[in-house]
Ligand binder design. Structure first.
Ligand code: CA
Length: 523
Protein backbone atom coordinates (compact mmCIF):
# COMPACT_ATOMS: atom_id res chain seq x y z
CA UNK A 1 0.00 0.00 0.00
CA UNK A 2 2.76 2.37 0.99
CA UNK A 3 4.61 1.46 -2.19
CA UNK A 4 1.61 2.39 -4.37
CA UNK A 5 1.16 5.67 -2.55
CA UNK A 6 4.81 6.49 -3.01
CA UNK A 7 4.60 5.77 -6.72
CA UNK A 8 1.53 7.96 -7.03
CA UNK A 9 3.32 10.68 -5.15
CA UNK A 10 6.41 10.48 -7.33
CA UNK A 11 4.39 10.60 -10.57
CA UNK A 12 2.56 13.59 -9.17
CA UNK A 13 5.80 15.36 -8.41
CA UNK A 14 6.92 14.76 -11.98
CA UNK A 15 3.90 16.26 -13.72
CA UNK A 16 2.65 19.11 -11.63
CA UNK A 17 3.80 21.51 -8.97
CA UNK A 18 2.74 20.22 -5.56
CA UNK A 19 1.59 22.85 -3.09
CA UNK A 20 4.38 23.75 -0.75
CA UNK A 21 4.10 25.40 2.61
CA UNK A 22 7.68 26.58 2.38
CA UNK A 23 7.41 28.39 -0.95
CA UNK A 24 6.30 31.99 -0.96
CA UNK A 25 3.55 31.00 -3.37
CA UNK A 26 1.41 28.95 -1.02
CA UNK A 27 -1.41 26.97 -2.63
CA UNK A 28 -4.69 28.65 -1.74
CA UNK A 29 -7.30 26.95 0.40
CA UNK A 30 -10.75 26.63 -1.14
CA UNK A 31 -13.98 27.10 0.78
CA UNK A 32 -16.85 26.39 -1.60
CA UNK A 33 -20.11 27.54 -0.04
CA UNK A 34 -23.22 26.43 -1.88
CA UNK A 35 -26.84 26.77 -0.87
CA UNK A 36 -29.83 25.09 -2.45
CA UNK A 37 -32.30 27.21 -4.44
CA UNK A 38 -31.05 30.60 -3.27
CA UNK A 39 -32.17 33.21 -5.80
CA UNK A 40 -30.14 36.32 -6.57
CA UNK A 41 -33.34 38.27 -5.86
CA UNK A 42 -32.80 37.42 -2.19
CA UNK A 43 -29.23 38.73 -1.88
CA UNK A 44 -28.62 42.39 -1.17
CA UNK A 45 -25.34 42.41 -3.13
CA UNK A 46 -27.59 41.93 -6.19
CA UNK A 47 -29.89 44.78 -5.13
CA UNK A 48 -32.61 42.70 -3.46
CA UNK A 49 -35.69 44.62 -2.37
CA UNK A 50 -36.60 41.74 -0.04
CA UNK A 51 -33.70 41.13 2.33
CA UNK A 52 -30.37 42.36 3.63
CA UNK A 53 -27.61 39.71 3.55
CA UNK A 54 -24.55 41.45 5.02
CA UNK A 55 -22.34 38.37 5.35
CA UNK A 56 -22.85 37.04 1.84
CA UNK A 57 -22.35 40.61 0.63
CA UNK A 58 -18.96 40.70 2.40
CA UNK A 59 -17.70 38.02 0.02
CA UNK A 60 -18.69 40.23 -2.92
CA UNK A 61 -17.45 43.55 -1.56
CA UNK A 62 -14.12 42.03 -0.53
CA UNK A 63 -13.78 40.16 -3.83
CA UNK A 64 -15.60 39.83 -7.15
CA UNK A 65 -19.34 39.74 -7.83
CA UNK A 66 -20.47 37.94 -11.00
CA UNK A 67 -23.65 39.36 -12.51
CA UNK A 68 -23.93 36.81 -15.35
CA UNK A 69 -23.37 33.42 -13.75
CA UNK A 70 -25.56 30.64 -15.15
CA UNK A 71 -26.38 27.02 -14.50
CA UNK A 72 -26.19 24.41 -17.28
CA UNK A 73 -29.32 22.50 -16.13
CA UNK A 74 -31.45 24.16 -13.48
CA UNK A 75 -32.13 21.40 -10.99
CA UNK A 76 -30.35 20.19 -7.84
CA UNK A 77 -28.51 16.96 -8.59
CA UNK A 78 -27.51 17.76 -12.20
CA UNK A 79 -26.08 21.10 -11.10
CA UNK A 80 -23.96 19.34 -8.48
CA UNK A 81 -22.72 16.75 -10.97
CA UNK A 82 -21.62 19.51 -13.35
CA UNK A 83 -19.89 21.33 -10.52
CA UNK A 84 -17.83 18.23 -9.70
CA UNK A 85 -17.02 17.07 -13.24
CA UNK A 86 -16.86 20.28 -15.28
CA UNK A 87 -19.05 18.53 -17.86
CA UNK A 88 -22.59 18.96 -19.18
CA UNK A 89 -25.32 16.54 -18.06
CA UNK A 90 -25.29 14.47 -21.26
CA UNK A 91 -21.62 13.59 -20.61
CA UNK A 92 -21.54 13.21 -16.81
CA UNK A 93 -24.65 11.02 -16.98
CA UNK A 94 -26.80 13.00 -14.55
CA UNK A 95 -29.61 14.56 -16.57
CA UNK A 96 -32.28 14.70 -13.88
CA UNK A 97 -32.90 14.00 -10.22
CA UNK A 98 -33.76 10.37 -10.93
CA UNK A 99 -30.25 9.55 -12.12
CA UNK A 100 -27.46 8.31 -9.87
CA UNK A 101 -24.05 9.92 -10.00
CA UNK A 102 -21.23 7.74 -11.31
CA UNK A 103 -18.60 8.40 -8.65
CA UNK A 104 -15.98 6.59 -10.73
CA UNK A 105 -15.56 9.51 -13.11
CA UNK A 106 -13.02 12.28 -12.91
CA UNK A 107 -13.87 15.12 -10.51
CA UNK A 108 -11.97 18.13 -9.28
CA UNK A 109 -11.83 16.95 -5.62
CA UNK A 110 -10.03 13.78 -6.79
CA UNK A 111 -7.48 15.82 -8.71
CA UNK A 112 -6.98 18.18 -5.78
CA UNK A 113 -6.43 15.19 -3.52
CA UNK A 114 -3.72 13.94 -5.88
CA UNK A 115 -2.19 17.41 -5.83
CA UNK A 116 -1.79 17.31 -2.06
CA UNK A 117 -5.01 18.92 -0.87
CA UNK A 118 -7.16 17.59 1.94
CA UNK A 119 -10.70 17.51 0.66
CA UNK A 120 -13.88 17.62 2.72
CA UNK A 121 -17.61 17.67 2.08
CA UNK A 122 -20.13 18.74 4.71
CA UNK A 123 -23.90 19.11 4.25
CA UNK A 124 -26.10 18.51 1.24
CA UNK A 125 -24.95 15.99 -1.37
CA UNK A 126 -28.05 14.59 -3.09
CA UNK A 127 -26.23 12.47 -5.67
CA UNK A 128 -27.46 9.11 -4.29
CA UNK A 129 -24.14 7.28 -4.58
CA UNK A 130 -21.41 7.60 -1.93
CA UNK A 131 -19.19 10.64 -2.30
CA UNK A 132 -15.79 9.97 -3.87
CA UNK A 133 -12.71 12.16 -3.89
CA UNK A 134 -13.10 13.38 -0.32
CA UNK A 135 -10.83 12.53 2.61
CA UNK A 136 -13.80 13.17 4.84
CA UNK A 137 -17.49 13.60 4.20
CA UNK A 138 -20.59 14.00 6.31
CA UNK A 139 -23.73 14.49 4.26
CA UNK A 140 -27.47 14.83 4.73
CA UNK A 141 -29.50 11.79 3.76
CA UNK A 142 -31.34 12.60 0.52
CA UNK A 143 -32.80 16.11 0.53
CA UNK A 144 -32.22 16.37 4.27
CA UNK A 145 -34.47 17.72 7.01
CA UNK A 146 -34.61 21.24 8.45
CA UNK A 147 -34.68 19.99 12.03
CA UNK A 148 -32.81 17.13 13.70
CA UNK A 149 -31.18 16.21 10.37
CA UNK A 150 -29.95 12.72 9.60
CA UNK A 151 -26.34 12.59 8.45
CA UNK A 152 -24.27 9.85 6.87
CA UNK A 153 -20.53 9.38 6.96
CA UNK A 154 -18.57 6.62 5.26
CA UNK A 155 -19.11 4.37 8.26
CA UNK A 156 -22.13 5.63 10.16
CA UNK A 157 -25.44 7.48 10.18
CA UNK A 158 -26.62 9.73 12.98
CA UNK A 159 -29.33 12.24 13.87
CA UNK A 160 -27.96 15.53 15.14
CA UNK A 161 -30.26 17.71 17.20
CA UNK A 162 -30.70 21.30 16.09
CA UNK A 163 -31.50 23.49 13.10
CA UNK A 164 -29.85 22.12 9.98
CA UNK A 165 -28.26 25.34 8.70
CA UNK A 166 -26.58 25.83 12.07
CA UNK A 167 -25.66 22.15 12.43
CA UNK A 168 -23.98 22.06 9.00
CA UNK A 169 -22.02 25.17 9.95
CA UNK A 170 -20.96 23.67 13.28
CA UNK A 171 -19.70 20.60 11.40
CA UNK A 172 -17.87 22.74 8.82
CA UNK A 173 -16.10 24.71 11.53
CA UNK A 174 -15.22 21.47 13.33
CA UNK A 175 -13.74 20.18 10.08
CA UNK A 176 -11.58 23.29 9.74
CA UNK A 177 -10.60 23.08 13.40
CA UNK A 178 -9.50 19.44 13.07
CA UNK A 179 -7.79 19.74 9.67
CA UNK A 180 -4.21 18.87 8.90
CA UNK A 181 -2.56 22.29 8.97
CA UNK A 182 0.38 21.08 6.86
CA UNK A 183 -1.84 20.80 3.77
CA UNK A 184 -4.10 23.20 1.92
CA UNK A 185 -7.78 22.38 2.26
CA UNK A 186 -10.71 22.28 -0.11
CA UNK A 187 -13.98 22.19 1.81
CA UNK A 188 -17.37 21.92 0.15
CA UNK A 189 -19.74 23.45 2.71
CA UNK A 190 -23.19 22.84 1.25
CA UNK A 191 -26.48 23.94 2.80
CA UNK A 192 -29.90 22.44 2.42
CA UNK A 193 -31.53 25.84 2.88
CA UNK A 194 -33.43 27.57 1.42
CA UNK A 195 -34.87 24.50 -0.34
CA UNK A 196 -38.59 23.72 -0.17
CA UNK A 197 -40.42 23.43 2.37
CA UNK A 198 -38.68 26.51 3.79
CA UNK A 199 -38.73 25.89 7.54
CA UNK A 200 -37.05 28.75 9.38
CA UNK A 201 -35.05 28.58 12.58
CA UNK A 202 -37.59 29.01 15.40
CA UNK A 203 -35.52 31.95 16.64
CA UNK A 204 -36.01 33.81 13.32
CA UNK A 205 -39.79 33.53 13.16
CA UNK A 206 -40.44 37.10 14.21
CA UNK A 207 -38.52 38.48 11.19
CA UNK A 208 -40.22 39.74 8.01
CA UNK A 209 -43.59 40.33 9.58
CA UNK A 210 -44.38 43.28 7.29
CA UNK A 211 -45.86 42.40 3.91
CA UNK A 212 -43.29 42.06 1.12
CA UNK A 213 -43.49 43.64 -2.35
CA UNK A 214 -45.07 41.44 -5.01
CA UNK A 215 -43.23 40.85 -8.29
CA UNK A 216 -44.81 42.54 -11.32
CA UNK A 217 -45.35 39.19 -13.04
CA UNK A 218 -47.13 37.40 -10.17
CA UNK A 219 -50.23 37.08 -12.38
CA UNK A 220 -48.47 36.30 -15.68
CA UNK A 221 -50.84 35.11 -18.45
CA UNK A 222 -48.03 33.09 -20.18
CA UNK A 223 -48.96 34.44 -23.62
CA UNK A 224 -46.66 33.09 -26.32
CA UNK A 225 -45.09 30.63 -23.85
CA UNK A 226 -47.08 27.37 -23.82
CA UNK A 227 -44.52 25.38 -21.82
CA UNK A 228 -44.67 28.04 -19.11
CA UNK A 229 -48.45 27.85 -19.08
CA UNK A 230 -48.41 24.08 -18.59
CA UNK A 231 -45.76 23.99 -15.87
CA UNK A 232 -46.99 22.86 -12.48
CA UNK A 233 -45.08 25.24 -10.22
CA UNK A 234 -47.53 28.01 -9.51
CA UNK A 235 -47.74 29.62 -6.12
CA UNK A 236 -51.50 29.20 -6.51
CA UNK A 237 -51.02 25.43 -6.16
CA UNK A 238 -48.61 25.34 -3.21
CA UNK A 239 -49.67 22.92 -0.51
CA UNK A 240 -51.67 24.44 2.32
CA UNK A 241 -50.00 21.91 4.63
CA UNK A 242 -46.31 21.32 3.92
CA UNK A 243 -45.62 24.65 2.17
CA UNK A 244 -47.94 26.95 4.13
CA UNK A 245 -47.59 25.07 7.44
CA UNK A 246 -51.32 24.86 8.09
CA UNK A 247 -52.65 21.93 10.07
CA UNK A 248 -55.46 19.93 8.49
CA UNK A 249 -58.24 21.31 10.71
CA UNK A 250 -57.37 24.85 9.58
CA UNK A 251 -58.69 24.36 6.02
CA UNK A 252 -61.85 22.23 6.31
CA UNK A 253 -63.42 21.56 2.92
CA UNK A 254 -60.39 22.86 0.96
CA UNK A 255 -58.02 20.69 -1.05
CA UNK A 256 -54.52 20.81 0.44
CA UNK A 257 -53.10 20.61 -3.08
CA UNK A 258 -54.97 23.36 -4.85
CA UNK A 259 -57.54 26.07 -4.48
CA UNK A 260 -55.65 28.17 -7.00
CA UNK A 261 -54.72 27.30 -10.57
CA UNK A 262 -55.94 23.74 -10.07
CA UNK A 263 -53.22 22.23 -12.25
CA UNK A 264 -51.32 20.60 -9.39
CA UNK A 265 -50.11 17.20 -10.61
CA UNK A 266 -48.18 16.02 -7.57
CA UNK A 267 -50.28 15.59 -4.46
CA UNK A 268 -48.72 16.07 -1.05
CA UNK A 269 -48.56 12.70 0.66
CA UNK A 270 -51.18 12.18 3.35
CA UNK A 271 -49.68 13.02 6.72
CA UNK A 272 -46.47 14.41 5.21
CA UNK A 273 -46.68 17.74 7.02
CA UNK A 274 -47.50 16.07 10.36
CA UNK A 275 -44.42 13.87 9.99
CA UNK A 276 -42.21 16.87 9.30
CA UNK A 277 -43.76 18.96 12.09
CA UNK A 278 -43.31 16.12 14.54
CA UNK A 279 -39.54 16.18 14.05
CA UNK A 280 -39.50 19.33 16.19
CA UNK A 281 -38.48 18.92 19.83
CA UNK A 282 -40.99 20.08 22.48
CA UNK A 283 -38.99 23.29 23.00
CA UNK A 284 -38.87 23.98 19.24
CA UNK A 285 -42.59 23.21 18.94
CA UNK A 286 -43.42 25.73 21.62
CA UNK A 287 -41.77 28.56 19.65
CA UNK A 288 -43.08 27.22 16.34
CA UNK A 289 -46.67 27.07 17.56
CA UNK A 290 -46.50 30.51 19.15
CA UNK A 291 -45.87 31.86 15.64
CA UNK A 292 -47.93 29.60 13.40
CA UNK A 293 -51.01 28.94 15.59
CA UNK A 294 -52.40 32.46 15.00
CA UNK A 295 -51.79 32.00 11.23
CA UNK A 296 -53.72 28.72 11.33
CA UNK A 297 -56.55 30.36 13.28
CA UNK A 298 -56.69 33.31 10.90
CA UNK A 299 -56.89 31.09 7.81
CA UNK A 300 -59.60 28.96 9.40
CA UNK A 301 -61.65 32.07 10.17
CA UNK A 302 -60.93 33.72 6.77
CA UNK A 303 -60.21 31.09 4.11
CA UNK A 304 -58.87 32.79 0.97
CA UNK A 305 -59.68 31.90 -2.63
CA UNK A 306 -58.69 33.05 -6.13
CA UNK A 307 -56.19 35.92 -6.44
CA UNK A 308 -56.49 36.67 -2.75
CA UNK A 309 -55.24 33.13 -2.01
CA UNK A 310 -52.30 33.56 -4.40
CA UNK A 311 -51.34 36.80 -2.67
CA UNK A 312 -51.66 35.20 0.76
CA UNK A 313 -49.59 32.18 -0.29
CA UNK A 314 -46.94 34.45 -1.82
CA UNK A 315 -46.51 36.31 1.48
CA UNK A 316 -46.41 33.10 3.50
CA UNK A 317 -43.90 31.54 1.08
CA UNK A 318 -41.65 34.56 0.92
CA UNK A 319 -41.49 35.17 4.66
CA UNK A 320 -40.42 31.61 5.40
CA UNK A 321 -37.99 31.58 2.45
CA UNK A 322 -36.33 34.80 3.59
CA UNK A 323 -36.11 33.63 7.20
CA UNK A 324 -34.25 30.55 5.93
CA UNK A 325 -31.90 32.81 3.96
CA UNK A 326 -31.34 34.96 7.05
CA UNK A 327 -30.04 31.93 8.93
CA UNK A 328 -27.77 31.01 6.02
CA UNK A 329 -26.36 34.51 6.03
CA UNK A 330 -25.78 34.52 9.80
CA UNK A 331 -24.03 31.16 9.64
CA UNK A 332 -21.82 32.15 6.71
CA UNK A 333 -20.79 35.10 8.87
CA UNK A 334 -19.63 32.62 11.52
CA UNK A 335 -17.42 30.81 9.00
CA UNK A 336 -15.97 34.02 7.58
CA UNK A 337 -15.17 35.11 11.14
CA UNK A 338 -13.49 31.76 11.77
CA UNK A 339 -11.24 32.25 8.75
CA UNK A 340 -10.26 35.70 9.93
CA UNK A 341 -9.68 34.72 13.54
CA UNK A 342 -7.44 31.88 12.41
CA UNK A 343 -5.40 33.88 9.93
CA UNK A 344 -6.83 31.93 6.99
CA UNK A 345 -8.79 34.67 5.23
CA UNK A 346 -6.04 36.01 2.94
CA UNK A 347 -5.08 32.68 1.40
CA UNK A 348 -8.53 31.11 1.13
CA UNK A 349 -10.66 31.32 -2.00
CA UNK A 350 -14.20 31.70 -0.65
CA UNK A 351 -16.90 31.04 -3.22
CA UNK A 352 -20.55 31.70 -2.59
CA UNK A 353 -23.11 30.25 -4.98
CA UNK A 354 -26.34 28.27 -5.11
CA UNK A 355 -27.01 25.14 -7.15
CA UNK A 356 -29.33 27.28 -9.29
CA UNK A 357 -31.61 30.27 -9.11
CA UNK A 358 -35.27 30.20 -8.09
CA UNK A 359 -38.59 31.95 -8.70
CA UNK A 360 -39.72 34.19 -5.87
CA UNK A 361 -43.18 34.75 -7.32
CA UNK A 362 -42.00 35.90 -10.77
CA UNK A 363 -44.31 34.47 -13.46
CA UNK A 364 -46.54 33.32 -10.59
CA UNK A 365 -44.02 30.61 -9.69
CA UNK A 366 -41.80 29.04 -7.12
CA UNK A 367 -39.17 26.40 -8.17
CA UNK A 368 -36.62 26.51 -11.02
CA UNK A 369 -35.97 24.35 -14.17
CA UNK A 370 -36.67 26.91 -16.92
CA UNK A 371 -34.06 28.72 -19.02
CA UNK A 372 -35.73 32.00 -17.96
CA UNK A 373 -33.50 34.39 -16.05
CA UNK A 374 -34.53 33.75 -12.45
CA UNK A 375 -33.71 30.04 -12.59
CA UNK A 376 -30.92 30.17 -15.20
CA UNK A 377 -28.99 32.63 -13.05
CA UNK A 378 -26.87 31.55 -10.11
CA UNK A 379 -25.54 33.90 -7.46
CA UNK A 380 -21.75 33.92 -7.61
CA UNK A 381 -19.19 35.87 -5.67
CA UNK A 382 -15.59 35.01 -4.90
CA UNK A 383 -13.24 36.44 -2.29
CA UNK A 384 -9.51 35.74 -2.33
CA UNK A 385 -7.50 38.63 -0.89
CA UNK A 386 -4.16 37.18 -2.07
CA UNK A 387 -5.36 36.98 -5.68
CA UNK A 388 -8.52 39.01 -6.28
CA UNK A 389 -8.79 42.75 -5.85
CA UNK A 390 -11.71 43.79 -3.66
CA UNK A 391 -14.86 45.46 -4.95
CA UNK A 392 -14.90 44.15 -8.53
CA UNK A 393 -17.93 43.27 -10.64
CA UNK A 394 -17.68 40.96 -13.65
CA UNK A 395 -20.28 40.64 -16.41
CA UNK A 396 -18.53 37.63 -17.99
CA UNK A 397 -20.89 34.80 -19.01
CA UNK A 398 -19.70 32.13 -16.58
CA UNK A 399 -21.29 28.81 -15.67
CA UNK A 400 -21.17 26.12 -12.99
CA UNK A 401 -19.24 24.24 -15.68
CA UNK A 402 -16.30 26.51 -14.90
CA UNK A 403 -15.85 25.80 -11.18
CA UNK A 404 -13.82 22.61 -11.56
CA UNK A 405 -11.33 24.05 -14.11
CA UNK A 406 -10.98 27.19 -11.99
CA UNK A 407 -10.11 25.37 -8.77
CA UNK A 408 -7.65 23.13 -10.62
CA UNK A 409 -6.02 26.20 -12.17
CA UNK A 410 -5.52 27.82 -8.76
CA UNK A 411 -4.07 24.55 -7.46
CA UNK A 412 -1.61 24.40 -10.36
CA UNK A 413 -3.23 21.32 -11.92
CA UNK A 414 -3.75 21.14 -15.69
CA UNK A 415 -7.36 20.88 -16.85
CA UNK A 416 -8.13 17.37 -18.14
CA UNK A 417 -9.30 17.32 -21.77
CA UNK A 418 -12.68 15.89 -20.85
CA UNK A 419 -13.65 18.93 -18.75
CA UNK A 420 -15.76 21.32 -20.83
CA UNK A 421 -15.62 24.42 -18.65
CA UNK A 422 -12.96 27.13 -18.56
CA UNK A 423 -10.88 28.53 -15.73
CA UNK A 424 -12.14 31.88 -14.45
CA UNK A 425 -8.76 32.66 -12.91
CA UNK A 426 -7.79 35.24 -15.55
CA UNK A 427 -11.08 37.09 -15.04
CA UNK A 428 -10.65 37.02 -11.28
CA UNK A 429 -7.00 38.10 -11.43
CA UNK A 430 -7.16 40.86 -14.03
CA UNK A 431 -10.88 41.68 -14.22
CA UNK A 432 -11.31 40.37 -17.77
CA UNK A 433 -10.39 37.62 -20.18
CA UNK A 434 -10.45 38.67 -23.86
CA UNK A 435 -10.77 35.04 -24.98
CA UNK A 436 -13.89 34.38 -22.89
CA UNK A 437 -17.07 32.87 -24.41
CA UNK A 438 -19.83 35.13 -25.76
CA UNK A 439 -22.74 32.73 -25.22
CA UNK A 440 -23.75 29.93 -22.85
CA UNK A 441 -25.57 26.66 -23.55
CA UNK A 442 -28.42 25.32 -21.40
CA UNK A 443 -30.28 22.00 -21.40
CA UNK A 444 -33.09 20.72 -19.13
CA UNK A 445 -34.32 17.11 -19.29
CA UNK A 446 -36.69 16.14 -16.46
CA UNK A 447 -39.97 15.57 -18.34
CA UNK A 448 -42.52 14.02 -18.29
CA UNK A 449 -41.14 12.26 -15.21
CA UNK A 450 -40.63 13.81 -11.82
CA UNK A 451 -41.94 17.09 -10.53
CA UNK A 452 -43.45 20.26 -11.97
CA UNK A 453 -44.04 19.24 -15.59
CA UNK A 454 -41.52 21.56 -17.19
CA UNK A 455 -40.98 20.44 -20.75
CA UNK A 456 -37.54 19.43 -22.01
CA UNK A 457 -35.72 22.32 -23.59
CA UNK A 458 -32.34 23.66 -24.57
CA UNK A 459 -31.12 27.06 -25.61
CA UNK A 460 -28.49 29.73 -25.86
CA UNK A 461 -28.08 32.97 -23.93
CA UNK A 462 -25.83 35.78 -25.09
CA UNK A 463 -25.20 39.05 -23.27
CA UNK A 464 -28.47 40.38 -24.73
CA UNK A 465 -30.60 37.64 -26.31
CA UNK A 466 -31.97 34.22 -25.52
CA UNK A 467 -33.18 31.52 -27.88
CA UNK A 468 -34.84 28.36 -26.53
CA UNK A 469 -36.36 25.24 -28.05
CA UNK A 470 -38.98 23.23 -26.15
CA UNK A 471 -39.27 19.67 -27.46
CA UNK A 472 -40.39 16.11 -26.69
CA UNK A 473 -44.20 16.47 -26.82
CA UNK A 474 -44.03 20.01 -28.24
CA UNK A 475 -41.94 21.76 -30.91
CA UNK A 476 -41.82 25.38 -29.86
CA UNK A 477 -39.23 28.16 -30.04
CA UNK A 478 -38.90 31.28 -27.92
CA UNK A 479 -36.68 34.31 -28.38
CA UNK A 480 -36.26 37.16 -25.93
CA UNK A 481 -34.53 40.53 -26.03
CA UNK A 482 -33.33 40.79 -22.44
CA UNK A 483 -32.47 44.47 -22.79
CA UNK A 484 -35.96 45.48 -23.93
CA UNK A 485 -37.84 42.78 -22.03
CA UNK A 486 -35.86 41.65 -18.98
CA UNK A 487 -38.86 39.82 -17.54
CA UNK A 488 -39.19 37.70 -20.71
CA UNK A 489 -42.88 38.33 -21.29
CA UNK A 490 -42.74 38.85 -25.09
CA UNK A 491 -41.69 35.89 -27.20
CA UNK A 492 -40.21 37.46 -30.35
CA UNK A 493 -39.53 34.25 -32.26
CA UNK A 494 -40.36 34.73 -35.97
CA UNK A 495 -41.12 38.42 -35.50
CA UNK A 496 -39.83 40.42 -38.51
CA UNK A 497 -37.62 42.80 -36.51
CA UNK A 498 -35.72 39.81 -35.07
CA UNK A 499 -35.05 38.08 -38.38
CA UNK A 500 -31.30 38.71 -38.49
CA UNK A 501 -30.77 38.15 -34.74
CA UNK A 502 -32.75 34.92 -34.93
CA UNK A 503 -30.52 33.51 -37.66
CA UNK A 504 -27.40 34.45 -35.69
CA UNK A 505 -28.76 32.84 -32.52
CA UNK A 506 -29.59 29.64 -34.37
CA UNK A 507 -26.01 29.55 -35.65
CA UNK A 508 -24.59 30.13 -32.18
CA UNK A 509 -26.84 27.45 -30.73
CA UNK A 510 -25.79 24.92 -33.36
CA UNK A 511 -22.11 25.74 -32.77
CA UNK A 512 -22.46 25.29 -29.02
CA UNK A 513 -24.26 21.97 -29.40
CA UNK A 514 -21.47 20.76 -31.62
CA UNK A 515 -18.73 22.09 -29.35
CA UNK A 516 -20.25 20.43 -26.28
CA UNK A 517 -21.02 17.17 -28.13
CA UNK A 518 -24.77 17.25 -27.53
CA UNK A 519 -26.40 14.26 -29.25
CA UNK A 520 -28.49 15.19 -32.28
CA UNK A 521 -31.66 13.75 -30.75
CA UNK A 522 -31.44 16.24 -27.92
CA UNK A 523 -30.99 13.53 -25.31
CA1 CA B 1 -31.57 23.19 -5.90
Amino acid sequence: MKYICLLAFLSLMACQPAPSESSGDKAPNILFIMTDDHAKQAISAYGSNLINTPNIDRIASEGMLFTHSFVTNSICAPSRATLLTGKFSHLNGLRDNRDEFDGGQLTFPKLLQEAGYQTGLIGKWHLKTKPTGFDYWQVLLGQGEYYQPRFATDTDTAVIEGYTTTVITDLAIEYLEDRDTTKPFCLLYHHKAPHRNWMPDVDDLDLFNEDLPEPETLFDDYEGRPAAREADMRIADMYLSTDMKLHKDSYPGLDNNSGGAGIGTVVDREGNWERIYNRLTPAQKQKWDAHYDPINADFKANPRTGQELVRWKYQRYMKDYLRCVKSVDDNIGRVLDYLEENDLADNTIVVYTSDQGFYLGEHGWYDKRFIYEESLGMPLMVRYPNGIEAGQVSEALVQNLDFAPTFLDYAGVSKPDEMQGESMKEIMTTGEDPTWRDAVYYHYYEYPHGWHMVKQHYGVRTDRYKLAHFYNDIDHWELFDLEEDPQEMRNLYNSPEMEKIQVELHTQLAELREKYQVPESGD
